[in-house]
Write a protein that binds this ligand. Structure first.
Ligand code: IMP
Ligand code: MG
Length: 172
């Protein structure tokens, strides 16, 4: 099995995450903040991102599973683990690994938005704009990537490659 071909180095990711952290701190209103990560893909990105945001915050996680074919997003998302703290009145940052069709993020924005947060922003390490099927605001984006299946830095293919320190493409 050949290792994935690197398209974004770990150094480039680290530099971009620092920028995102500063940007998030500047643009989110002051006040109580909760960062919500979408498991499992966002766990590595979120671990680095929160350390780049220099303000008090709480962290929580939810886990989702798409119904149906695993490679084609249906937009019907099942919450397999919900956050364990209320977000009403808090400034919420939802952290995703990648926005592809946008269906998952849209579902989660509607879900969390209905719980009365003081504000709700979204951050994704990666975005594939050419694949978008629904309009959803992504307030903070690490990198735009072409329409290829990417792995590493938390992102998987069949649960593998999450531990790669860089973002790569599988070449078969
Ligand atoms: P969406 O609902 O189509 O935007 O899909 C979002 C989810 O699909 C992401 O959170 C990922 O888990 C998964 N996904 C989409 N594209 C990729 C990819 O290139 N590599 C790994 N996972 C992906
Ligand atoms: Mg995901």
């Amino acid at each position: 099995m050949k290792p994935p071909v690197e398209i974004i180095s770990s150094a480039a990711i680290a530099a971009r995450v620092e920028d995102l952290g500063r940007d998030i701190d500047k643009r989110l209103p002051p006040g109580p903040m909760t960062v919500v990560g979408v498991l499992r893909g966002a766990f590595i990105f979120m671990a680095d991102l929160v350390r780049a945001v220099p303000r008090p915050m709480t962290c929580d996680f939810l886990a989702v599973r798409s119904y149906g074919d695993a490679t084609v997003s249906s937009g019907v998302v099942e919450i397999t683990r919900d956050i364990s703290t209320p977000i009403a009145g808090r400034h919420v940052l939802l952290v995703e690994d990648i926005v592809d069709t946008g269906l998952t993020l849209k579902y989660l924005v509607d879900l969390l938005g209905a719980r009365g947060p003081a504000s709700l922003h979204t951050c994704a390490l990666l975005s594939k704009p050419s694949r978008r099927r629904i309009e959803v605001p992504v307030d903070f984006i690490g990198f735009e990537v072409p329409d290829e299946f990417v792995v590493g830095y938390g992102l998987d293919a069949g649960q593998l490659y999450r531990n790669l320190p860089y973002i790569g493409v599988i070449t078969g």
